[in-house]
Ligand binder design. Sequence first.
Ligand SMILES: [Zn+2]
Length: 126
Amino acid sequence: MYNETVMDHFEHPRNIGEMEDPTVVVEVGSGECGDRTKLFLKIEDDVIVDVSFKTLGCAAAIASSSMATEMIKEKTLKEAWDLTNRDVVEALGGLPEQKIHCSVLAEDAIREAINIYRKGQGFEPW
Ligand SMILES: [Zn+2]
């Protein structure tokens, strides 16, 4: 059902765990399989200098969160904002059709975290 890249990120998730001193923490849940993810971002000068996550969910949700955190690390907030679940699915080499929705969780978490940060800095949310 899952390709090798997805299995690798599921079995060896990157950037997993709680962060001690994050700038923003957000928890989002979604959908049909009840996936939940908690995302920790450390932000300095509008750059994501560190990122970690904890996901309670299916293999697709865990692999997507793992890949997404790799893709936003050391990126600007704008670059991270522009990352879509389609980019994540593509980087994973594809997900089964019925599991695509699980990859939206990571995108939602990243965008929500960025807007919480922006509001905290006195900016309009994107
Ligand atoms: Zn799922």
